[in-house]
Write a protein of this length. Structure first.
Ligand SMILES: [Zn+2]
Length: 240
């Protein structure tokens, strides 16, 4: 029987994406990306994530339908990879020949409001089918919200392999002091030629704290209620 742990695929590609991302940003924390440190980071993450085994194509179908869980998983995995990368770099193996020196600068910390990942689902209000190929915008004070890094898009276009699911991970918002309580007011704006436009307002309370350059909201996902889009005129016809 051919069994495959899909978590391995996700962790390997996540490490690749995150390392590329950090290098594109000039590697400000001077992480070592040699093969040994890369493998140590992968092992760190794999040892902390529940394996997800599939036997056949049925497994894939189930995973695809479980889109929102998988996206959350990706945020968790990204957080683990960052954590692993830091630990590995703090405890570098003296016997390995690291291809770059890891002179670390602790002066990158700053105060900020750490915004959790925001996840939701979008359905057709008549057929209850999950929607795809629709653009969802996350706005704050009328402006598109900046995402944490290039792995996250805003606007986000719903894709057919994670039907109806969308998620955002806003960048931390700089703060003047620690322990300031602030409520961020967001709106989701969803427009499509096939449906009446939809705007959904929500608030996320946060507290400012010290951030590391690649910090994360490990256990925080803000889940939105399921949202429904209606074809033009449908709401009136049905007497809603
Ligand atoms: Zn190394």
């Amino acid at each position: 029987m051919d069994i495959h742990n899909t978590t391995e695929d996700i962790v390997f590609s996540s490490v690749q994406t995150i390392f590329d991302e950090i290098q594109k940003e000039g590697n400000p924390e001077k992480f070592c990306f040699c093969d040994q440190c890369r493998m140590d980071t992968i092992c760190y993450a794999l040892n902390r994530i529940e394996p997800h085994y599939i036997v056949s194509n049925r497994g894939f179908t189930r995973m695809e339908q479980d889109g929102i869980k998988r996206q959350q998983n990706e945020a968790d995995i990204a957080a683990l990879v960052y954590n692993g990368l830091r630990l590995v770099n703090h405890n570098q193996r003296p016997t390995a020949s690291h291809d770059s020196t890891a002179a670390r600068d602790a002066d990158h910390s700053k105060l900020a409001f750490d915004i959790p990942t925001i996840a939701g689902r979008l359905f057709d209000g008549v057929t209850f089918a999950p929607l795809s190929d629709i653009k969802v915008e996350l706005r704050c004070n009328g402006e598109l919200v900046t995402m944490r890094n290039r792995n996250w898009q805003n606007p986000y276009t719903l894709v057919s392999n994670t039907p109806g699911s969308f998620s955002f991970w806003p960048a931390p918002v700089p703060a003047e002091e620690a322990d300031i309580h602030k409520v961020f007011e967001y709106s989701l704006k969803i427009e499509s030629s096939e449906y009446e436009p939809l705007t959904h307002f929500f608030k996320i309370p946060t507290v400012s704290k010290m951030q590391m350059p690649f910090s994360y909201s490990l256990d925080r996902t803000f889940k939105l209620p399921d949202l429904y889009m209606f074809p033009p005129g449908e709401a009136e016809q049905n007497g809603y």
